[in-house]
Structure formats: structure tokens, C-alpha cells
Design a protein around this ligand. Structure first.
Ligand code: SF4
Length: 240
């Protein structure tokens, strides 16, 4: 399927989500997939809030892109930060780079810098949207278009679930969508600077995330699988 056809189908799906689940928000980390969704939302003036979680450890390129997105699209980006006291206590007790020492400490850092702010970002929403794709690696091969997020008690939509790498980059290049220049330097997946590195050609897309851990641990808690109750919905159910 061409990316143009995928784009039209995804736009129809976004319209349907807005109609049935407002208020709804896109969780963006300014990765390539998030930029495709942001472009679709902005071009079509869809009433979808865009938020991001500023962990305080993001690469400079991501902060620069955040500003570029604001200017390019005129979109207000909601930015959520970690709880200052929890972060201060963690750094006091374990040090600034404790995530390298154990998976437990790494997950605690992600919980403070990402998971707790996500809960605040989702408060008052009736659904959230992500750029997750099945092709993004071993931890994401069983995701569905619509899932139930039991932590926040919300439907979670992954409209790009079936998009390939070629679909994403075809869209970005054809529509001249701004993107993170780290993608051109071997970073298919971009998170916090100390926990992300470039991958070799042919490596798993998420091989550069928490590279010191085994593959099944490579989630930060925002999208940990399996969700307790996955709701499988045929795509046709969501199309007009
Ligand atoms: S990705 Fe690394 S720095 Fe970022 S929140 Fe998780 S452990 Fe902390």
C-alpha cells in the first residue's frame, strides 16, 4: 500500500477518534512517527492536544525540534516535567547516572521522569494517541490499533501500527515534515541522551535504547507490554 493511501486511512481514523473520544491527546517524543501524526493533526486542524514529557535528559536536537515544531505549525506543545522532589531524592540517593547500574534503578528513573508525568498529562483525557508501530522491534510486535490502557483507564490508539519504515519516511520527505537530525546519524529511536545510542545497519530499531539491557526490558513503562486487557478492534470498525 502506498504511503499516500496509508495517510488517507490514518487521517480518517484520526477524525473518527476525535469524534468519538474527545478530549484526546497525542503523546509526542518528536520521533519520526510522532512528526507524521503531528503533521496530519496540524494540516487538518484536528482538535488533538500535543504533549511531550521533558525528562531533563533529552538530546539538544530534540529540544531544538520542539521549538521548530512550535514555529513551523504554530502548535502549542504541552510540556510535562518530573516532580522536582522525587527527582531530587532519587539523584541524592543514587547519583545522576544511576540507570546504568541496574534495571531496577533504570526503571525508577523512567518512572520519575516519564511515567508519573504521563499520568498528569493524561488527566482529564478520554483517550490518547501514540506513534507506536509493530515494526519498531521485539517489544512492539503484538501491539494493536486500539488497546485499553489499564493504568490510566483510557483507550490508547496507535494509528501507525501497520506503517513500515518506508511509509514513515516517504511521508516525511514528501510533505517536508521537520524531523530530528539524529535520525540521519543512525538513531532510528530517540529517547534520553544518556540512554540512546546509534545502531548499526540491520540492527533492531530499538537496539540503541538501554543497550546495556536485554531486549525484553527495552520499554520505559509508558508502553510496557502486554497491557492487562488488550481490546482488539478491526480497522474497519474505526473507519468512516
Ligand atoms: S531513558 Fe534513561 S535518563 Fe531517561 S528517564 Fe529512563 S533511565 Fe532516566
Amino acid at each position: 500500500m502506498s504511503f499516500e493511501r496509508r495517510s488517507l486511512e490514518t487521517l480518517a481514523l484520526l477524525h473518527r477518534i476525535v469524534l468519538t473520544h474527545a478530549p484526546v491527546a497525542l503523546a509526542s517524543s518528536f520521533g519520526a512517527e510522532d512528526m507524521v501524526l503531528t503533521d496530519l493533526i496540524a494540516r487538518n486542524a484536528l482538535p488533538v492536544d500535543v504533549f511531550t514529557l521533558d525528562t531533563g535528559r533529552l538530546p539538544g536536537e530534540t529540544y531544538a525540534l520542539m521549538e521548530r515544531v512550535r514555529e513551523h505549525y504554530g502548535l502549542p506543545i504541552e510540556v510535562y516535567y518530573p516532580d522536582g522532589r522525587a527527582l531530587e531524592a532519587y539523584v541524592r540517593d543514587h547519583g545522576i547516572n544511576a540507570f546504568y547500574r541496574s534495571t531496577v534503578l533504570r526503571r525508577r528513573c523512567c518512572a520519575i521522569r516519564k511515567t508519573e508525568p504521563l499520568s498528569r498529562a493524561l488527566a482529564g483525557r478520554r483517550a490518547w494517541i501514540t506513534g507506536l508501530r509493530r515494526a519498531q522491534g521485539v517489544t512492539r510486535q503484538d501491539i494493536d490499533l486500539e488497546e485499553h490502557d489499564p493504568v490510566h483507564g483510557l483507550p490508547k490508539f496507535n494509528p501507525l501500527v501497520e506503517w513500515s519504515d518506508a511509509d514513515v519516511w516517504g511521508y516525511i520527505r514528501a510533505r517536508r515534515v521537520p524531523y530530528n537530525p539524529l535520525h540521519d546519524r543512525g538513531y532510528p529511536s530517540i529517547g534520553c541522551a544518556p540512554c540512546t545510542r546509534a545502531v548499526e545497519p540491520g540492527e533492531d530499531i530499538r537496539a540503541g535504547r538501554w543497550w546495556w539491557e536485554s531486549a525484553e526490558h527495552k520499554e520505559c513503562g509508558l508502553h510496557r507490554r502486554p497491557l492487562d486487557v488488550a481490546v482488539r478492534v478491526e480497522h474497519t470498525e474505526l473507519r468512516p
